[in-house]
Design a protein around this ligand. Structure first.
Ligand code: SAH
Length: 549
């Protein structure tokens, strides 16, 4: 059946789309219905038709789904902040768990994965959980200064000073700032003309310490903030006020923050904790927005890393080093790699204030830094942790991880689809999924965080898996796996790098059967480099360790 614009259809909602819209099918045709939730039966009007899917708007809810709830927030429907507040929190969690499971099964090719999944870690109270907010400032149709959040996919402000997912104290801060600006005729910045002063109000709250930061982002210099002492006097009445600053941003850009911070009152940073680790947070620094659930998430990563104090750990995509510092408390040495230089500076500073001197941070792309360090210095890891952005890990990086042969890989992910893709690749190269946990960091949004523990199969298991997967020639599988193991073992124990050729020579020398293998000399006389004695000793040790001689 062909569908056309303005057509009215009856549709049962079965899933949630990437922007929180309801998803259902009519005669096999997928429709995204804004505002509909799982379980709803709705009459919807088609507003756009694409080749394989379309968009529709609710005309009438024929039967509300049993998990539909009235949002706590009166502007939830209009505001672009919360995508699924009209679905009960329990159902949100169930959907997030299922989403991860489906990805791991369908994309990752992992059967019966549910047996390895822990129950989802939801929030105790899924409101007032964010510690950072950036409220845009504008005017209503009467020219009155307002703040709130943007409506979905636009820059029109939905007026609101009481956001149910932000720190509660924001309401008082926002009313105070708006009152001061209205009295002193400080104008709102206008994106269209580039004129006006106040652009955004940024707040941060240390949930553990109670410290509060207010930063006003202005398209002007400090002088424009007339009688700022009035504002300071009022803001400092708020319990916990620690830092009041201005941020100067005079660019006509969507970027919220400029580079310059002007101190107004108190410190230019606040302090907070995740676990036992202390962080100094400036208006510009990155920091996890839900520290309580971050602790759960990274606690899982730490548990899966299973450290005894002897390990060398690499934390890739380390940001400001949250995971690295968590790990450093239990590991011998931690290396963090991150692409943003400022984040690495913060990471180093955080290591210092926590007196953790067994951490080293490297700036650069993980997929360049790790292969380079491996080639050049033959670096080693007992455990590798990755926490990549949505697009997941680069193929070169996964190859280097496999070559380094850590015992465990802990994969922290904010996108289950790319996680599943990467887990599949690692699975084909000898890493099996042992445990999975899903942690909800962002209630009422469609985002899902997952931690997966992968462990290296020993050579024998790996061979079995490979042979089962494909009736391939056992020789190839066996030799490939064994060579990687031996190389890693030698490197770990002696720091020496040995080639496949040398390993083959030693295996031959001791009569360990070498079937057809590309490393075999073509003739007895062919000139090939000979394995030097110290490498021979090292390889022999490895062969003994693996019970091959
Ligand atoms: N674990 C971090 C957050 C990880 S978010 C923390 O606790 O702070 C993903 C991080 O990967 C971001 O900091 C981003 O800047 C970084 N990143 C993105 N692409 C990268 C790449 N190719 N190599 C290294 N880091 C990268």
């Amino acid at each position: 059946m062909d569908f056309v614009k303005n057509q009215i259809v009856t549709i049962k909602i079965e899933d949630i789309g990437t922007n929180g819209e309801g998803v259902g099918r009519v005669d096999g045709f997928t429709l995204f219905v804004k505002g509909a939730v799982i379980g709803d039966l709705v009459e919807a009007k088609i507003i756009k038709v694409k080749k394989h899917y379309g968009y529709a708007r609710i005309e009438k809810i024929l039967e509300p789904g049993k998990d539909r709830v009235k949002p706590v927030c009166p502007v939830a429907d209009k505001c672009g902040g919360c995508a699924i507040q009209h679905l009960s929190y329990e159902k949100q969690l169930e959907w997030k768990f299922q989403k991860v499971k489906n990805c791991l099964e369908r994309i990752g090719g992992l059967e019966n994965i549910e047996q390895k999944m822990e129950p989802i870690y939801g929030m105790e109270y899924p409101y007032y959980y964010r510690n950072k907010a950036q409220f845009p400032v504008g005017t209503d149709k009467n020219g009155r200064l307002i703040t709130g959040f943007y409506a979905g996919r636009t820059h029109s402000i939905i007026e609101n000073t009481h956001c149910y997912i932000q720190a509660e104290v924001n309401e008082q801060i926002l009313e105070t700032v708006l009152g001061y600006c209205r009295r002193n005729h400080i104008s709102a910045y206008d994106e269209k003309t580039g004129k006006g002063v106040l652009r955004h109000i940024l707040t941060r709250v240390g949930f553990r310490t109670g410290e509060i930061m207010v930063c006003l982002i202005i398209n002007a210099n400090k002088k424009k903030m007339v009688k700022i002492e009035e504002l300071v006097e009022e803001l400092t009445k708020i319990d916990g006020m620690t830092s009041i600053t201005l941020n100067i941003n005079r660019e006509r850009t969507n970027r919220i923050l400029g580079d310059k911070i002007v101190p107004v009152w108190g410190q230019t940073y606040i302090t907070d904790y995740i676990g036992n680790v202390q962080y100094q947070i400036s208006p510009l620094s990155f920091y996890q927005v839900n520290p309580k659930q971050t602790e759960v998430l990274y606690g899982k990563a730490l548990e899966y890393a299973d450290l005894s104090g002897e390990e060398t750990v690499w934390d890739l995509y380390c940001g400001i080093g949250t995971i690295s510092l968590f790990l450093a408390q239990k590991a011998k040495k931690v290396y963090g790699v991150e692409i943003v230089p400022q984040a690495i500076e913060d990471a180093g500073q955080n290591a210092k204030i926590n007196h953790l001197d067994n951490v080293e941070f490297l700036v650069g792309k993980a997929e360049e830094v790790l292969p380079r360090e491996y080639e050049k210095h033959g670096i080693y890891a007992d455990v590798i942790v990755v926490d990549p952005p949505r697009k997941g890990c680069d193929g070169t990086l996964l190859d280097t991880i496999v070559a380094m042969a850590p015992k465990r890989v802990v994969y922290v992910s904010c996108d289950p689809a790319t996680l599943a893709r990467d887990v599949k690749i690692l699975g084909e190269k000898g890493y099996q999924v042992d445990k999975v946990s899903v942690v909800d960091q962002f209630g009422h949004s469609v985002h899902v965080e997952t931690v997966v523990l992968l462990s290296k199969l020993n050579t024998r298991q790996h061979i079995e898996v490979e042979v089962k997967m494909d009736e391939l020639d056992l020789t190839a599988a066996e030799s490939k796996a064994t060579y990687e193991e031996i190389k890693a073992y030698v490197l770990e124990h002696t720091g020496l790098k040995v080639s496949h050729l040398y390993i083959a020579q030693i295996k031959q020398k001791y009569g360990i059967i070498e079937r057809e293998n590309y490393n075999k000399p073509k003739s007895e006389n062919s000139r090939q480099p000979k394995c030097p004695p110290e490498k021979e000793v090292a390889i022999t040790e490895a062969l003994k360790y693996y019970g091959m001689m």
